[in-house]
Design a protein around this ligand. Structure first.
Ligand code: PLP
Length: 385
């Protein structure tokens, strides 16, 4: 059976070059990077090389990169590492649960949380962030690109507001890094999260950029790994994979190769073939790999299952919310009525996708939408009105 995977915002396959770079660190170069002998020195050197490459990807200094287990841990470290009871944090209504639920947890521990809204395109207004500032605001945590829509937030303007107010600024760049150029100094952030498995490195590795002199309480206590910011023996193979993914991303930026052409062909083709459909986040800048489309009068979950049975993997939004009955908090925050939010599908591309994958999707999606609409009691009457 032919299969195509268009759910790369959930996770990506490890690219062959990345797997090759990692392979020796499972076997011949197995040392603990903290050991002082030959074996440890070999892996320490590999960890530090990766730190330099990841720092380059983000315009940071190597000493400002902390390796973690992934995006969720980096978000937790940034938020809980800074907030104390009585502090105020500004976040948004469209954050990933890794940020949203961490802020909720901080609130239960005595912090105050303000969530700024988004407009119909999924964009935060920096003026809302400015208005939300209080004397006890310690942190602004607002994502760079949304995982469901791909919409890119005005983080540089928010960074300026944070600097002027002398407030820390964290941005979750899990869905932006390696897809668009990201520079911590241009953004003006103090903390920035990335995750390996969204950029063709393995699951279980990530990093947090921590601007020099940021006072951050570690979450994990133990040895003095990662400059005492994150205790625990380094995941050397994962770190090497993340470094290689950063290197490949920088090379791709240089030769101008990206997935935007494929994504745009998919989007235009679907909208031309299917009526009562539209792009969520239309009118805003989006990362080049993501397209979130509503197909009115269908159930997104039914569509995901129907397409999967034919070999096409897509999603209704955040991976962790698949199976949940609640419509996406991101789409409802953008003002979509619940039926339209439930009728929305996320297509997200990766470096491994080809034109044939897009052709496959273009051949399957219109007929599947038509079939599901035939089952909808609402479809025909509305169409003949
Ligand atoms: N932040 C965003 C925007 C994400 O999309 C994800 C994963 O979907 C995460 C954080 C969590 O990253 P991880 O899966 O590496 O813990």
């Amino acid at each position: 059976m032919h299969r195509a995977y268009l759910d790369n915002n959930a996770t990506t396959p490890v690219l062959p070059e990345i797997l090759e770079a990692m392979r020796p660190y499972f076997s011949e170069h197995f040392g603990n990077a903290s050991s002082i002998h030959h074996y440890g020195q070999q892996t320490r050197a590999a960890v530090e090389r990766s730190r330099e490459t990841v720092a380059d990807l983000l315009g940071a200094r190597p000493s400002e990169i902390v390796f973690t287990s992934g995006g969720t841990e980096s978000d937790n470290l940034a938020i809980l590492g800074l907030l104390k009871p009585g502090d105020h944090v500004i976040t948004s209504t469209i954050e990933h649960h890794a940020v949203m639920n961490t802020c909720k947890h901080a609130e239960e521990d005595g912090a105050e949380v303000t969530s700024v809204p988004v407009d119909g395109r999924g964009l935060i207004d920096p003026a809302d962030v400015k208005r939300a500032l209080r004397p006890n605001t310690r942190l602004i945590t607002i994502m760079l690109a949304n995982n469901e829509t791909g919409v890119i937030q005005p983080v540089e303007e928010i960074g300026k507001i944070a600097t002027e107010a002398d407030v820390y600024f964290h941005t979750d760049a899990v869905q932006a890094a390696a897809k668009i150029p990201v520079d911590v100094n241009k953004i003006g952030c103090d903390l920035l999260t990335i995750s390996g498995h969204k950029i063709h490195a393995p699951q279980g590795i990530g990093a947090l950029y921590v601007r020099k002199a940021t006072m951050l309480e570690p979450l994990l206590h133990g040895g003095r790994h990662e400059r005492s910011r994150r205790a625990g023996t380094e995941n050397v193979a994962g770190i090497v994979g993340l470094g290689k993914a950063a290197e490949l991303a920088m090379a791709a930026f240089e030769c101008g190769l990206d997935v935007a052409l494929l994504r745009d062909r998919l989007e235009t083709g679907l909208l031309a073939a299917i009526e009562a459909a539209g792009v969520n986040g239309e009118g805003a800048s989006r990362v080049p790999n993501t397209s979130n489309i509503y197909f009115d009068y269908i159930e997104g979950e039914a569509m995901v299952i129907a397409l999967d049975l034919k070999g096409l993997a897509v999603s209704t939004g955040a991976a962790c919310s698949s199976g949940a009955i609640e419509p996406s908090h991101v789409l409802t925050a953008m003002g979509l009525r619940p039926e339209r939010a439930r009728a929305s599908i996320r297509f997200s591309l990766g470096k491994q996708n080809t034109a044939a994958d897009i052709d496959f999707a273009l051949s399957l999606v219109p007929e599947t939408v038509a079939r599901l609409r035939e089952l909808s009691p609402l479809w025909k009457p509305v169409r003949t009105l």
